[in-house]
Design a protein around this ligand. Structure first.
Ligand code: NAP
Length: 294
């Protein structure tokens, strides 16, 4: 039943994401059972051939694989912890967003109740679900992932990260750090350029090119971090720190927000004070590895 092209699946939670997940399974021909707290959100899917289960317990018994995708882990626990819900023998894939501690705790909780459990994170928006562009991360027992890989692949590019249930959430939040850092850096530059009458659309292609160029540095810099050795092959951190002063001074002179550049500089200054000024930028990993101010 597992990797068969017609394996029955269940989706619990029909918000924007859950509806997209169920829609992709229906399109691929999987018998699809759905359940949502607000039942009317199932109407379109039922018209397309989904079966609406009357209760969560019924939904769980209908599929060889159950995907749950609701707002948060608390909602997962409320739904699956109800007294009329039996998890014994079920295969759960929880695509609800959260943090790694919540994922590990949910895994323990579900496994104690006899379920097999994979945690997951959707690195995509609903419109691309069902295409290869939709990367969906999974962590937990590899044998469970492999047993359902082709079914999970219907939703996008199913990617397995490792046995630690927390990994999918960790990658997910690490990705958020990347996303907001790039966006904030772009907004900083855009705010500065707008003072000279350059609009956001004019700057965006330049910013995109810079972001793509910097992304090319990552494998080499990662090798430095992994080896713990940071020779200044391109530039030394103290050179970068001097350029940060230009960014701060320019921002202040233009009257735009300089908090982000000051944060860059404060971290670089600490690393320089610790004796790393002659090393290359990724030596800052040592600052990022500390708890810092709370
Ligand atoms: P959404 O449209 O707001 O839907 C939330 C879903 O959770 C609804 O089905 C809602 O039921 C259900 N729910 C919330 N609290 C509940 C409770 N206490 N009991 C039962 N059901 C409950 O959110 P979404 O966009 O589908 O997102 C779902 C998950 O996917 C989130 O963890 C989100 O971070 C993640 N995600 C979303 C996107 C995206 O672009 N949308 C991308 C990546 C990841 P009702 O319909 O009855 O309210």
């Amino acid at each position: 039943m597992n990797n068969e092209p017609n394996a029955p699946v269940t989706i619990i939670g029909l918000g924007l994401m859950g509806q997209a997940l169920a829609g992709a399974f229906l399109k691929a021909g999987h018998p699809t059972t759905v359940w949502n707290r607000t039942a009317s959100k199932a109407d379109r899917l039922v018209a397309e051939g989904a079966h609406l289960a009357p209760t969560v317990g019924d939904a769980l018994t209908a599929g060889s694989l159950t995907i749950i995708c609701v707002t948060d882990y608390q909602a997962v626990r409320e739904l699956l912890g109800a007294s009329d819900v039996a998890l014994d023998g079920t295969m759960l894939v929880n695509l609800t967003s959260g943090n790694s501690a919540q994922a590990r705790e949910a895994a323990r909780w579900a496994e104690q109740r006899g379920a097999r459990y994979l945690d997951g994170a959707v690195m995509a928006v609903p419109p691309v679900i069902g295409t290869a562009e939709a990367v969906i991360l999974h962590s937990g027992p590899q044998s469970d992932f492999e047993a359902h890989r082709s079914t999970l692949d219907v939703l996008g590019t199913a990617t397995y990260l490792g046995a630690d249930h927390g990994l999918a959430s960790l990658y997910d939040v690490a990705g958020l750090a990347m996303m907001w850092s790039v966006l904030n850096a772009w907004l900083q530059g855009t705010a500065m350029l707008r003072t000279a009458g350059v609009d956001a659309s004019t700057y965006a292609p330049f910013a995109r090119q810079i972001a793509a160029g910097v992304a090319e540095w990552l494998p080499g810099y990662a090798a430095q971090i992994d080896s713990g050795s940071f020779p200044a092959e391109v530039s030394a951190l103290e050179t970068d720190a001097r350029a940060m002063v230009h960014l701060i001074e320019e921002s202040e002179a233009l009257g735009v927000n300089a908090e982000l550049p000051r944060l860059f500089k404060a971290m670089a200054d600490r690393a320089i004070a610790a004796g790393h000024g002659g090393e290359q930028y990724p030596v800052l990993i040592e600052e990022f590895g500390k708890a810092g101010d709370r």
